[in-house]
Design a protein around this ligand. Structure first.
Ligand code: G6Q
Length: 575
């Protein structure tokens, strides 16, 4: 037993689970007419109803005891204060400082981070205004019409999700593109639509060494230089967002075109930093500041509200309850909002990269489940695809349902019908349908006794399936900022309960390491024998049947400058 599972708060919850698992939420609602009022709250623009979770007052009180036992408030305050809580990388975790509205100094390694934040924001504002107003001109004097953000992971998912979510606020004068995939098809498809005269590339990479991003950056540069035949013009068409200013300049980007950020901004928490440059170009600085303010309002709520009235804390504890005491290790996020289409994918990284870990802060292997599998979709599409499993499958997967009260495109009655589905699904998951109800329904439909006997087991819904409903007036920048920060803090709280460092990501290294070795195996067509038989077999199958011509660049071994020259030559030959 670990110290956590052996702790008083954990043991009390385990005992309590045995009594509550026999209850049905139908009864809990019947017993307490105030259940909705008791278990719902507003935090800034976000409303949360968590009453449709299998829990009682006692459950909540035991969960808050667990949070206190795990010194949640102390860890939270340490994060906001800039302490090096990401201790495996010796870094502060200060994405909250990027959106903080006060000028009170916040120190990371003894240095106040605020002046640098303001300076970069100002630089982003000046640059984005020039681009948006058509004053930043391409080499031939034309306005920028297309912006391509080249980045991956945290340098892609956040800006892409936000730009999509805030589409109604995005300038129609500039087309935004996001390229992350190392499959050359994505950049090829993107470039095929663009003109070198009017395209601006943002190379977004904290380290400026991520191979996916560098390959795509080099490809873009090769494409550009082969067309314009003058490397001087790179200045007007390439900017970079990075902490590694030296590597950016070696790549050939002008030092004035570098937007800096810092080690204390984690990749998956970086959309609030200069990594958000593509967002600022899309929606303008005023709207970006609203996004920051919305997030700051949730930071304020998280840092000040008592745990019992603290939305991220409550959502996190509900997740812990299902994951650790009901052994459901999956969590679904269903957006009833077209513009939140990329939100579940964004949350996958935020949550699974932060809390998908099997050792605690003391380096001990844990004996409890940590981060669940996060997945999701547009809810209305899911209803016609996988909701069968949510309603009648063998796992009771908890879900978050998200919707706006008002749509930017209400259509001809689309929105109320969409919302009727939103409300119906959580009701159906909670209530289910009893055998008696199913029989009664089929009798009323005039079905024969035999037909009823055949169908009744298939028509029963156990119900008692937990969900959170999250509502907001409309998906504007302020609201989106608050919503993202809500989930960031939820992830923080869960990581704290599970005694994890939620801010490193060593688990992504091994695959990267092996891939960089395997690159050498792929340079020629000699069979390899150095791996296990499966990996050898797959590599050798690839080498035997591939077209070697298309793979020759691998021999460059990440030497970006020679790769750039080869790329330029490649494009030259093709054109
Ligand atoms: C996020 C991770 C990871 C990172 C990418 C891109 O928290 O650190 O997703 O954002 O690997 O890294 P670069 O920005 O350094 O290219």
């Amino acid at each position: 037993m670990s110290a956590l599972t052996d702790s008083p708060a954990w043991k009390k919850l385990s005992a309590h689970k045995k009594s509550i698992e026999k209850r049905h939420m139908r009864e809990l609602f019947a017993d307490n007419a105030q259940r909705f009022d008791d278990f719902s709250l507003q935090a800034g623009p976000i409303f949360l109803d968590y009453s449709k979770n299998l829990m009682t007052d006692e459950t909540m009180s035991l969960l808050f005891d667990l949070a206190r036992q795990e010194k949640l408030e102390t860890f939270r305050d340490a994060m906001f204060a800039g302490q090096e809580i990401n201790f495996t990388e010796h870094r502060s975790v200060l994405h909250t400082a990027l959106r903080g509205q006060s000028d009170t100094p916040i120190l990371s390694q003894g240095k106040n981070v605020k002046p640098d934040i303001h300076a970069v924001l100002e630089k982003m504002q000046n640059f984005s205004e020039q681009v948006r107003q058509g004053k930043w001109l391409g080499y031939s004097g034309k306005e920028i019409t297309d912006v391509v953000n080249i980045g991956i992971g945290g340098s892609d998912l956040g800006p892409k999700m936000v730009t999509h979510a805030l589409k109604p606020f995005v300038t129609r004068k500039i087309n935004m593109h996001f390229v992350s995939n190392l499959d050359g098809s994505q950049i090829a498809e993107t470039l095929s639509k663009l003109s070198s005269e009017t395209t601006l590339f943002i190379i977004a990479s904290k380290t400026f060494s991520t191979s996916e991003t560098m390959f795509n950056a080099v490809t873009a540069r090769g494409w550009f230089v082969s067309r314009v035949k003058n490397k001087e013009f790179i200045k007007q068409h390439f900017v970079a967002v990075s902490t590694n200013t030296e590597a950016v300049q070696n790549f050939g980007i002008d030092k004035n075109n570098i937007f800096e950020f810092w080690d204390w901004v984690g990749g998956r928490y970086s959309l609030w930093s200069a990594i958000g440059l593509s967002i600022v170009i899309a929606i303008g600085m005023e709207a970006f500041k609203e996004l920051l303010k919305g997030a700051a309002s949730m930071d304020e709520h998280f840092s000040r509200a008592p745990l019992e009235e603290n939305m991220p804390v409550i959502m996190a504890l509900m997740g812990v309850w299902h994951n650790n005491f009901f052994a459901v290790h999956s969590h679904a996020v269903m957006a009833y909002d077209h513009y939140l289409g990329l939100f579940p994918g964004y949350l996958q990284q935020l949550d699974m990269e932060s809390n998908g870990k099997h050792v605690n802060r003391d380096g001990e292997t844990v004996d409890y489940c940590t981060g669940p599998v996060i997945w999701g979709e547009q809810g209305i599409n899911g209803q016609h695809a996988f909701y069968q499993l949510l309603h009648q499958g063998t796992q009771a997967i908890p879900c978050d349902f998200l919707a706006a009260l008002d749509s930017y495109n209400p259509g001809c009655g689309h929105h109320p019908v969409l919302m009727s589905n939103f409300f119906a699904q959580t009701e159906a998951l909670m209530r289910g349908k009893t055998e008696a109800e199913a029989r009664e329904e089929m009798t009323a439909q005039g079905l024969s006794e035999d037909e009823i006997e055949l169908l009744v087991p298939h028509k029963v819904f156990a119900g008692n399936r937990s969900s959170n409903s999250i509502l907001f007036k409309e998906l504007d920048p302020y609201t989106l900022g608050a919503l993202i920060a809500l989930y960031e803090h939820k992830v923080f709280v869960q990581g704290n309960i599970w005694r994890l460092n939620s801010f490193d990501q060593w688990g992504v290294q091994l695959g990267k390491q092996l891939a960089s070795q395997i690159q050498f195996d792929l340079v020629d067509n000699e069979p390899v024998v150095s791996h296990d038989s499966s990996t050898n077999g797959l590599i050798n199958y690839y080498k035997r049947f591939r077209n070697i011509e298309g793979n020759k660049l691998l021999s460059c071994d990440n030497d970006w400058s020679s790769l750039q020259e080869i790329m330029e030559q490649e494009f030259e030959n093709k054109s």
